[in-house]
Design a protein around this ligand. Structure first.
Ligand code: ADP
Ligand code: ZN
Length: 747
């Protein structure tokens, strides 16, 4: 029986140390187990990577205790973690940490209200016996916590165990118990009454898609677990109903499932659609657990525990729900698989869709990716046979796709460009909706009153001193703010360059649009939805509730309202400026614009009446816009894929972005140049290495940023190169280098 373990120490940059297993723990510890160990003289947390029969290390120390079952990663997840660490060139410890919700990571949580206590680990048996004799109150507290499955409020703990504050403090000091503070421990769904949903009869397209999926789930199709499905269904084609049917079959077979949706679509409405089908007495008691970032840490942990205990068998959540602790997984769904928010923009920089595909392979369960606008990468995978393509080409309710009209802003008068951004056709269309009692959504992907302060005399634009981004004027509080780092300042009265008093805000923000609309339609009921107005918990649901109840005529908003919302009475969607994003320095700019327009257009005409979309633009001929206008995904794909091929952009090459940042412009640029030089020396001919260059966003948070970009046909070659770079390069202490495999944000 193995008597030694190799432990990866948390927060140690990948340090692995060996420990002995005390007699009483032998046979009870597995790979992935979270343990408490001593590093020098400090207690630390770590994860068992390996069980060993022998160790050559003299005087090896025993491990101190176990954290408890809750945070143990099962073998499949350990294999997934190793794959991620390898593929994304990230430290294994950081990958494993990101697989657990914050409260289970063993980190301190601060700034909340109720004091919670939880077991950090049980002391060894002798120590327990000693406490039972010498300090019965401490012993009683430990026993009470051992019986608990998660953290419990301190006042409850003391009352139920008969312990005192002093005995609790002694246990905390000894390191066996951890205290934390939380806001509340209510489960997010508590107190909501869920009614069973109406189940529609599938249309023939849905029927054939579901048949294929059920074969895969029933196991009569072995290839299914090897080849993920890509469901391309136009907006409103009934993809969600396909998910629900397929999930039903998974649950009936006794298995569990994960549903990933982008954070932004994780609305009460979305969750409700799943809850109403599965989360009530008639739903087989399957239970739905929701994991998203608006939950408090305690809530998130509680949902996690429900999944782990098998009380809920469906996990719905954003990116990190791909790690949901479900045994016996029968299906992973990734809705809106093209969404950029699946990419985590901090270490480990994984893409949840790709991790889902890998988890599915390791678990031997089918993976279903769905989108109205599949990513170029996934669609190509489907065309080459790596994925299996399923299609829902029509709207489920037989509705026509909305009519999209393009308004050329260059031909509109000056008023449309400055005052609320409303062209005459859009203004007329809104008037008509107001008369008919129908609702309008106005979309502008930019918050604030105006985008920038521009001097009409000399062209000077106010920029953030930290980020070099143009600052946004906010009328609330009369301030200029940087949307990247949050830097704020007072708007100047005169141009700082030429002293001309004509400096003014230009461009349009949601706030300015709102003002223009209020002036144009004084009697309409108007609401605005963006990160500025949606700061309070619940305000999002509140506004949507009112909009649904038709107490709001016109809803103005940013991408917050672009996706996942389904309002039958909305018959008009106006896109104030379709050009935003089209000119950003990013090879995916065209794809993003196409996706955004298609998604936004999909908001219109979901009910009985046909929808209309009005797109305002300064560049009406752009292919993204033209294909979106004709609902022509394949046309867009063909044009885009030839562009990608011509320039060897992904998916024709794998990309690795090396970011170098630091406070000193000289040392940082020098280090970046050294990185590029080193890479050019190491790289085989098949790899393209760019020169080091300032990032499009040259300064951010007071740091200078440089990029080196690598491209290769082979991801493995890039990974190997990255590891060679990491092991052979030393950078100045104040310069930080990060690696981003398959980067999405190139700013
Ligand atoms: P998607 O997820 O593809 O955008 P949804 O699943 O939201 O589409 O479906 C769009 C609308 O069509 C919803 O209101 C849904 O209830 C309805 N719907 C879906 N399937 C059917 C069906 N078979 N018969 C009638 N209505 C349906
Ligand atoms: Zn800034």
């Amino acid at each position: 029986m193995p008597s030694f373990v190799r432990v990866l120490i948390d927060r140690s940059e990948g340090r692995e140390l060996d420990y002995a297993l005390p007699e009483e723990l032998r046979g009870r510890v597995s790979v992935g187990e979270r343990v408490i160990v001593k590093v020098r003289n400090r207690r630390a947390l770590g994860t068992v990577l390996e069980l060993m029969e022998h160790s050559d290390i003299p005087g090896i120390r025993p491990i101190e205790g176990l954290v408890g079952n809750e945070s143990t990663l099962p073998p499949v997840m350990m294999r997934l973690a190793r794959w991620m660490a390898d593929y994304y060139c990230a430290p294994l410890a950081s990958v494993m940490r990101s697989m657990l919700p914050p409260m289970l990571r063993g980190e301190k949580i601060a700034g909340k209200k109720i004091r919670m206590a939880e077991l950090f680990g049980m002391p060894p048996a002798e120590e327990c016996e000693r406490l039972a004799r010498k300090a019965p109150k401490q012993h009683a507290i430990l026993e009470r916590l051992r019986a608990a499955t998660s953290a419990i409020p301190v006042h409850e703990l003391l009352r139920e165990s008969g312990g005192s504050d002093a005995s609790l403090r002694a246990l905390v000091a000894a390191g066996w118990i951890r205290l934390s503070e939380v806001r509340s421990t209510a489960s997010p769904g508590d107190g909501e009454q869920v009614l069973p949903g109406r189940i529609p009869k599938l249309n023939p397209d849905q029927e054939s898609v579901v048949t294929v999926l059920l074969d895969a789930i029933g196991g009569s199709d072995d290839a299914a677990t090897q080849r993920p499905f890509l469901l391309h269904g136009v907006t409103g084609s009934g993809k969600t109903e396909v998910y629900l049917r397929t999930l039903g079959a998974v649950l009936d077979s006794g298995k569990s499932a994960i549903v990933l949706v982008p954070e932004i679509s994780l609305t009460p409405q979305t969750v409700e659609r799943f809850r109403s089908r599965f989360d009530h007495a008639g739903g087989g008691g399957a239970g739905v657990a929701v994991l998203h970032s608006h939950l408090t840490d305690a809530e998130r942990r509680e949902e996690w525990m429900r999944l782990q205990r098998g009380e809920a068998r469906i996990a719905i959540g954003a990116r990190s729900a791909v790690f949901a602790p479900l045994a016996n997984l029968g299906l992973i769904i990734v809705d809106e698989e093209h969404e950029n928010t699946y990419k985590q923009e901090e270490t480990p920089r994984y893409h949840a869709r790709d991790v889902a595909v890998m988890r599915g392979r390791l678990e031997g369960c089918p993976v279903l990716l769905g989108s109205a606008t599949p990513s170029i990468e996934s669609y190509r995978n489907a065309l080459t046979g790596k994925y299996r393509l399923l299609a829902l080409p029509k709207r489920a309710d037989g509705q026509l796709m909305p009519l999209i009209r393009v308004v050329d802003l260059r031909l509109q008068g000056k008023r449309a460009k400055s005052d609320g951004g409303l062209s005459a056709p859009l203004q007329m269309a809104i008037t008509k909706r107001l008369e008919l009692g129908q609702q309008t959504i106005l979309f502008l992907n930019r918050r604030g009153f105006a985008t920038s302060m521009l001097c009409e005399q000399c062209g000077h634009v106010c920029r953030c001193p930290n980020c070099s981004l143009s600052m946004t004027f906010h009328r609330d509080g009369n301030r200029l703010a940087c949307h990247l780092c949050g830097h704020a300042s007072v708007p100047p009265e005169r141009c700082p360059e030429c002293r001309d008093p004509g400096i003014r805000h230009s461009g349009l923000g949601t706030q300015r649009v709102e003002e223009g609309i209020r002036r144009a339609f004084p009697s309409a009921r108007i609401a605005r939805m963006d990160a500025d107005t949606m700061t309070k918990r619940g305000s999002y649901a509140d506004v949507l509730g009112k909009f649904r109840a038709r107490q709001i005529d016109i809803l103005i908003g940013t991408q917050m309202i672009a996706k996942g919302l389904d309002f039958p009475n909305v018959t008009l969607v106006g896109i104030i400026n379709a050009d935003i994003g089209l000119h950003s320095p990013d090879f995916r700019a065209g794809e993003r614009t196409f996706q955004l327009l298609t998604q936004v257009a999909g908001r219109a005409g979901r009910g009985e009446t046909e929808g209309e979309v009005i797109v305002q633009t300064f560049s009406p001929a752009s292919p993204s816009l033209q294909h979106a206008r004709h609902h022509d995904f394949t046309g867009f794909y063909e044009q885009e894929i030839s562009f990608r091929e011509a320039f060897r952009h992904p998916p024709f090459a794998r990309m690795l972005l090396v970011r170098v940042r630091g406070v000193s412009p000289e040392r940082t640029s020098h280090a970046a140049a050294a990185v590029a030089k080193k890479l050019k020396g190491l790289a085989p001919d098949s790899v393209e290495v760019s020169d080091s260059a300032p990032a499009p966003l040259e300064r951010s948070h007071g740091q200078y940023r440089f990029h080196v970009i690598l491209k290769s046909a082979s991801g493995a070659v890039l990974g190997k190169l990255a590891r060679e770079l990491l092991s052979s390069l030393t950078l100045p202490e104040d310069v930080v280098m990060t690696l981003d495999v398959d980067p999405y944000s190139l700013m």
